[in-house]
Design a protein around this ligand. Sequence first.
Ligand SMILES: [Fe+2]
Length: 317
Amino acid sequence: MANFPVINMEKLNGEGRAATMEQIRDACENWGFFEILNHGIPHDFMDTVERLTKEHYKKCMEQRFKELVATKALEGLQAEVTDMDWESTFHLRHLPQSNISEVPDLSDEYRKVMKEFALKLEKLAEELLDLLCENLGLEKGYLKKAFHGTKGPTFGTKVANYPPCPTPDKIKGLRAHTDAGGIILLLQDPQVSGLQLLKDGEWVDVPPLRHSIVINLGDQLEVITNGKYKSVEHRVIAQTDGAHMSIASFYNPGSDAVIYPAPALLEKAAEDEKKNVYPKFVFEDYMTLYAGLKFQAKEPRFEAMKARETTAPIATA
Ligand SMILES: [Fe+2]
């Protein structure tokens, strides 16, 4: 099997541009995941994000997680648990409106750093979307516009810690799923691995790499590209020794954005394959459906949206 794609973004400037764009194209078409280096976010800043996240976990989350494990009797599991994950998380929202000032327990420094981190990631997400547009033959800004709706994109961060787990074969850090949204940017622990993606029927480790950002594509990009790019199933395996930190930021469509396959990509696809066209829907409706079906295959979600499209068509935006 080919190696997990690790792409040096520095090479986008200058002679290596065509080869780098090709690496991105290949990763999008064949992996749905890739890891980028030299993405423009300063390394010392990433170290600060990591340090503050770990400090916050120790100070405010660890004890709560231990209590949860005790309450739910997750310590010496004999049978597999399929309705829970071995993770400790909290969420931040950045767009359309930040909620960082209202999230409890965060230090002032952590709030400030996460706000700044979100701004940097938002910029990076939009740059990446434009690289995808270029590879897809879509006009610059097409994907950003497709995500815009009336209030701009939804952008948020899930901060997760996967504490050491005595029985990782009985409970997943995070059960397998595809991400519902647009493009996901992940800062993961540089020491402890745990994230895996499903490639050709096998679980492949996403290698921990200092100062990298892991990128993956969500269901909405699969719809907009009419399946040229696909969201890929992934999961987290908790480790028996060592905690795994994961800070995932989701650059998603606005709640009222209408999502549908880009007409330019449909025209390029075989004209007579109109029957294999992904659905058109309001993003919020997809998220409502996803909330109950996150850990199930994505295809029934697309089919359900397709069925709804027939009964309640959406006017073209
Ligand atoms: Fe995910």
